[in-house]
Design a protein around this ligand. Sequence first.
Ligand code: BT5
Length: 324
Amino acid sequence: MESTRGKLIEILSNHPEEYLSGQKLSQQLNISRPAVWKHMKELEKDGYGIEAAPRKGYKIMTFPDKVSSNTLSWGLKTRWLGQEMIHKPSVTSTQVIAHQEAQAGAVHGTVIVADEQTKGRGRLNRSWHSHKGDGVWMSIILRPKFEPHKSPQITLLAATVLAEVFKTYCGISPQIKWPNDLLTGGKKLSGILTELQAEQDQINYIVLGMGINVNHGAEQFPEEIVDQATSLKIETGESWEIHTLIQQILNTFEKRYEEFIEEGFRSVKLRWEAFGYRIGEHVEITTHQQEWSALIMGIEHDGALKVRDEEGKEHVLYSAEIKW
Ligand code: BT5
């Protein structure tokens, strides 16, 4: 993060054992000493523990476990994703804010994060429960140059990114239920919602929403989903810092998105199938409100679901619901 406060935190954290004088900091940052003091107060508001010792200077004592646009940005290793970071304590849905921001011209890679959503949404007008402070409720604005028909591939890409982070960073073994559910232990840990604003052959923007249950105990889930929902804490027995988890996701997403743009869906497909839910098994599927049995074969080169019905006939599905 290139802002003055970002530089200040970088200097302080590079000198964990030392007091740095207000004068030295003001010279390094090219700002006045009162301005240094003001930034320190802002850092304290963000949850940083700063010790100010007379005649010695400032020293950082503790880092915050708090989500703010500052804590989300510090330490983020991306080049474009999340360089514009919007954090809100409470929103109806980060998707709604993202659409507003995108329509007002927000740049590719803008990220919107909320502590709470009062009207979080899933697909097909379903709702998404977003308990305050316990999860990742985030939307990313993308402005890709590819054709609109490829946009569902972004959902699958996002699912592989989350699966990769859950596996490598949190040490769990997630599965991806086509197209947008992340499951672990047979329960839903995370959901993805991709919304598109496009003309016939051109995407204006995509809003990619990700919801992850992080520090919920079972008692935080409403009754209607408690049997089917889980959280990282339930699965691992540990609490997770939300802003650090978001940074892991953004760092990984930027890398995988760039690979996808350069190499196409091939790299996503391989990774997706490695995490695919019940590949090679018989499941119940709903398409156009009809339920039928099928064997999941995998996904097509474009991300569609490939199944074989009971008569042995193969189908390529662009819209379907797999029953758990
Ligand atoms: C999804 O829809 O799974 C997409 C969820 C996307 C949520 C993110 S949060 C940030 C951004 N802002 C939003 O407003 N949305 C996005 P779908 O596949 O339709 O699944 C919805 C169903 O999952 C619901 O009908 C419930 O059965 C179940 N559900 C709702 N909340 C849940 C939760 N927190 N954990 C697990 N399952 C949940």
